[in-house]
Design a protein around this ligand. Structure first.
Ligand code: RB5
Length: 147
């Protein structure tokens, strides 16, 4: 299950992503928002990120104007590794190296065609493991040290 979230600034791109997911047989859960009415990205990223933390969803795609607010807020939830990507190489590498579980996109940054390519490579690329596991463990240690 893919967790989806957007604010008003990412709503239209989220609709295009929903169409892509449906056409390609992915199941998803949309945590809002539900229109282009002004709203606050953290409300939706928190709900969607928690669905990944608790295992309901495996990965997430969060969209706002830049993708940045979504990423900053999602990364506050333990276990979330959210990456803002606007190029193909980064979207691929953040799966290979960071095991990113949330892709954040900026509707005002990338066009729809590129955004859907980023979604595709993000969903189709598996984590490489090996030396990167140690690095992810260190990120988890940072979370533990906050408590
Ligand atoms: C909303 O205007 C905008 O600030 C938001 O979508 C996002 O870009 C924040 O990071």
């Amino acid at each position: 299950m893919i967790a989806l979230a957007s604010d008003h600034g990412g709503y239209k791109l989220k609709l295009a992503i929903i169409k892509y997911l449906e056409q390609n047989g992915y199941s998803y859960k949309d945590f809002g928002c539900n229109s282009e009415e002004s709203c606050n990205y953290a409300d939706f990223s928190e709900m969607a990120a928690n669905s990944i933390k608790n295992g309901e969803c495996k990965r997430g795609i969060f969209v706002c104007g830049t993708g940045i607010g979504m990423a900053i807020s999602a990364n506050k939830v333990n276990g979330i590794r959210a990456a803002v990507c606007s190029d193909y190489f980064s979207a691929r590498c953040t799966r290979l190296h960071n095991d990113a579980n949330v892709l954040c996109l900026g509707q005002r940054v990338v066009g729809e065609g590129l955004a859907l390519e980023l979604v595709r490579v993000f969903l189709e690329t598996e984590f490489e493991g090996e030396r990167h596991v140690l690095r992810l463990n260190k990120i988890a240690e940072i979370e533990q040290n906050q408590k």
